[in-house]
Design a protein around this ligand. Structure first.
Ligand SMILES: *Cc1c(COP(=O)(O)O)cnc(C)c1O
Length: 378
């Protein structure tokens, strides 16, 4: 069994993907071109924003927005303490300081109440200047933007949505990557919309920001690539990846989002009460980058993972460490007690196989072994 079956997806779309990638090779337009333009336009339309700018990966996407906004030394960026390292890393890359905020136990996303108290504390300390909030749509579930937007307004902060895991998710009738002043996503193969290598994108309604990012991503170009008016980077999505993504975006829209939500429904129905299952609040629809359960203790989690492995069922731990526990941030000297929820989650979460191509048999098999294990353990 695969944790995320990318082979099954390729087999289903093989003819279309092979023919389009062959076309790119025959045309020898490897950088830019029609596939990239088409993808940017389809993504912007689907998400419901004016601009989509593709780039080399999801980390670059975040970095480019921070650069374009001029975030740097002395600035505070509020980041959830329970996320993938890149969310905080980019803040440090531009010389600013990530200020970690504990998350909500049920949604795994940034806790809006704790966000406000952390902002207040940062203002009171008077060392850093609060600039922006970076909510993450963890595991495919959108963050609590209604509450976050109120906090942002109150303290005059920008919002940058890290939608790397959330592409395709919705809250009421708004789609992931349409929240905040700008949003980003990643096309890393295992994300809800993945390519066959690395890729990323930035979304915004802000014309000026879009223009700046189009410059920063091409060596700070002015008139063209050979007229350089600022220090930028080289960050682009290549044509082959764009051609593949054009096929995969259709698949995501046509059936994959429904399919992962069907897997979610089946798991919820089959897994016994004793297991803490993911909770999708009302009006939200997840794109299920992960299906993450909580065990009673670290020991029970480790035992279950071993038991599943012995029965050929893959599982993953996202994440074993909070941001403040990472060695790279050890010099901040932050304490576990200040982040009780994220610290606890890191000990007890386990992600089960989840993807649009999961068969009924596979879902039943996973549920059977998980149920059997928790039935035996206390
Ligand atoms: C994957 C991921 C990123 C980074 O994306 P890459 O394409 O791997 O650079 C950023 N933030 C989150 C939350 C992610 O899951």
């Amino acid at each position: 069994m695969e944790f995320r079956d990318l082979k099954a997806q390729y087999l289903k779309y093989r003819n279309e993907i092979d023919s389009l990638t062959q076309d790119v090779m025959k045309s020898a337009v490897f950088i830019g071109g029609e596939h990239v333009r088409k993808l940017e336009s389809s993504l912007a339309t689907y998400v419901g924003v004016n601009h989509c700018i593709t780039c080399a990966n999801g980390t670059d996407a975040l970095y480019l927005v921070l650069r374009a906004w001029g975030i740097g030394k002395g600035d505070a960026v509020f980041v959830p303490n329970f996320t993938f390292f890149a969310s905080a890393e980019v803040v440090s890359m531009v010389g600013a300081t990530p200020v970690f905020v504990d998350v909500d136990y049920f949604t795994f996303n940034i806790d809006a109440k704790k966000l406000e108290s952390t902002i207040k504390k940062t203002i009171d300390e008077g060392i850093l200047s609060p600039k922006l909030i970076m909510p993450v749509d963890l595991f495919g579930l959108l963050a609590d933007y209604d509450s976050i937007e109120l906090v942002a307004e109150e303290y005059n902060l920008k919002i940058l949505e890290d939608g790397a895991q959330g592409f395709g998710a919705t809250y009421k009738d708004r789609r992931a990557c349409s929240f905040g002043d700008a949003a980003t996503t990643s096309f890393f193969p295992a994300k809800p919309l993945g390519c066959y290598g690395d890729g990323g994108a930035i979304f915004t309604n802000d014309d000026e920001l879009a223009g700046l990012i189009r410059s920063y991503k091409v060596h700070g170009k002015g008139e063209d690539k050979y007229d350089n008016i600022r220090i930028g980077v080289n960050s682009r999505l290549d044509s082959i990846q764009a051609a593949i993504l054009n096929v995969k975006l259709k698949a995501l829209i046509n059936h994959e989002l429904d399919d992962v939500n069907r897997v979610y429904d089946s798991y919820n129905e089959l897994l016994v009460e004793k297991i803490e299952k993911p909770i999708i609040p009302e009006c939200y629809r997840s794109s299920f980058a992960q299906y993450t359960i909580k065990l009673k203790s670290q020991k029970q989690r480790e035992d279950l993972q071993l038991f599943l492995k012995q029965n050929d069922i893959p599982s993953m731990i996202y994440y074993k460490k909070t941001m403040h526990q990472q060695t790279a941030y050890a010099d901040m000297n932050l304490k576990d007690e200040d982040f009780p929820v994220s610290t606890d989650l890191c000990k007890r979460v386990l992600s089960l196989p989840m993807h649009p191509y999961m068969t009924k048999d596979d879902i039943e098999r996973v549920a059977h072994y998980v149920n059997m294990f928790v039935g035996k353990s206390n």
